[in-house]
Design a protein around this ligand. Structure first.
Ligand code: HQG
Length: 189
């Protein structure tokens, strides 16, 4: 399978598992998971993947991806972050690293510094474990993204809860402006 085909499948998987499981007749469990066999049936019923989607193909897509977006465990599959369906998928709560980052656009900055980081269209605010990841996230929206440093240690001390997406992505309900500062350009990734 070439990279383009993998990206196509990955986008359909993200859509079903993050944004619109109901369209596929799927209902996500509290942790966002569905039985893999039901997922495959639903995906193949909706799309004409050629060859049909199988667990092996999903594993190939996951292995070939630039980001760890999905987990397959105990016969179930889930998206690890990015959800926008109503309600909140549960993620494992954990103590964050002392500093996290968030890459965003220059034009969002005024609002972010006033209101803090808000989930906007998703269930959670997405934070990056390192500067380079944040830069890539921000570059989706702005060729010269702003990288914010999040004082996660102090936020956690003051009651902000942090959840694990994958080893580079952390989640939080929101981050008030007092924990945000602009990362100076020289900061090491
Ligand atoms: C911004 C991708 C105005 C926020 C990525 C961001 C990530 C505000 C945008 C994951 C704001 C939301 C998530 C406020 C936040 N005022 N703008 N108060 N608070 N924003 O796409 O973090 O490839 O929902 O800065 O790599 O960009 O899909 O979030 O620019 O990990 O797997 O509102 O999605 O992963 O945009 O990206 P998004 P995000 P995948």
């Amino acid at each position: 399978m070439n990279h383009k085909q993998q990206v196509y499948i990955s986008k359909k998987m993200s859509y079903a598992l993050r944004h619109n499981p109901a369209k596929y007749g799927l209902e996500l469990a509290a942790d966002g998971s569905v039985e893999l066999s039901r997922f495959l049936k639903a995906m193949n019923g909706m799309h004409h993947f050629d060859p049909p989607l199988t667990e092996a193909i999903i594993r190939e897509v996951m292995a070939g991806a630039d980001k760890q977006r999905f987990a397959v465990e105990d016969g179930r599959i889930r998206a690890l972050y990015g959800h926008s369906i109503p309600g909140n998928v549960t993620h494992r709560e954990a103590e964050p690293p002392s500093v996290l980052y968030h890459g965003t656009s220059r034009k969002a900055m005024e609002s972010i510094l006033r209101l803090g980081l808000l989930p906007m269209g998703r269930q959670y605010v997405h934070l990056s474990a390192d500067v380079e990841t944040a830069r890539q996230v921000g570059a989706r929206r702005d060729c010269r993204p702003v990288i914010l440093t999040v004082d996660a240690a102090r936020a956690a001390e003051n009651g902000v809860r942090f959840y694990v997406g994958n080893d580079k992505v952390w989640l939080a309900a929101e981050i008030p402006p007092r924990y945000l500062s602009e990362t100076s350009p020289g900061t090491k990734p």
